[in-house]
Design a protein around this ligand. Structure first.
Ligand code: SAH
Length: 225
């Protein structure tokens, strides 16, 4: 018998209710894309955060996920996905898999997802969580700032960590009309959208942000990180 049953509470029902509340909050924050809201309604964020954080899984806050990394707040994920305008069948590159939560949101939107994570332990944990939930995505351990040339071009590229300047290869790997969503800056950051028009990239600011840094260069193994 699960602990929830003993106390007369059903955790699955509670999570579902919390999730509904989160979707309402995202609406209040101005997220209007129905497909994005639906994705938040069906992807269990609690399954991606560390056990001790589960009770806070549906709060609209970033949470620590170990290895000095954080999962972004639901609002930031929702705005990124909305601005990326992802449709079924779109090939999408995610840089910084982290827990795999946003990977699952992308899959729920019907995207063909390619995702790269630099920290081996996070990569391995994300592979397992996504497999357990039956989410289809291609994951790679490595430096995502180089993109994934073999599968380019991408309709959208979403970067989950901030760089002083967006990495050049990511622009090269955008399809015509494709969108690059990327946080830029060090202390003060903004989340930007670049849209490809030939060799030009129209730039817009989505919101202010605070992301962990994008670490460019060799991916690290399973060391003390
Ligand atoms: N959106 C994610 C959270 C991303 S946190 C989620 O839903 O959980 C940012 C992630 O980017 C971290 O896991 C960090 O290790 C990773 N990262 C940082 N630099 C990277 C790089 N150059 N290539 C790939 N991943 C990187």
């Amino acid at each position: 018998m699960a602990a929830g049953e003993l106390s007369g509470r059903d955790p699955a029902t509670e999570y579902r209710r919390d999730r509904r509340r989160l979707v309402e909050r995202l609406r209040d924050r101005g997220v209007s894309d129905l497909a994005v809201l639906h994705a938040f309604d069906i992807v269990p964020r609690h399954a991606f955060v560390p056990e001790v954080m589960r009770t806070r899984a549906y709060e609209d806050v970033p949470l620590p996920v170990g290895h000095g990394q954080t999962i972004s707040s639901p609002t930031i994920h929702a705005l990124s996905l909305e601005q990326a305008r992802i449709g079924p069948g779109d090939r999408v590159l995610e840089v910084g898999t982290g827990t795999g939560f946003q990977t699952a949101l992308l899959a729920a939107l019907g995207a063909a997802v390619y995702s790269i994570e630099r920290i081996a332990a996070l990569y391995e944990a994300a592979v397992q969580t996504l497999r357990r939930l039956g989410v289809e995505a291609r994951l790679m351990h490595g430096d995502g700032s180089r993109g994934w040339p073999r599968h380019a071009p991408f309709r959208a590229i979403i970067v989950g960590a901030a760089a002083a300047r967006p990495p050049e290869p990511l622009f090269d790997q955008l399809a015509e009309g494709g969108r690059l969503i990327v946080p830029v800056g060090t202390r003060r950051q903004e989340l930007r959208r670049y849209t490809r028009r030939g060799d030009d990239f129209a730039r817009e600011t989505i919101t202010g942000a605070r992301f962990v840094p994008l670490v460019e260069g060799e991916a690290r193994g399973r060391g003390p990180e």
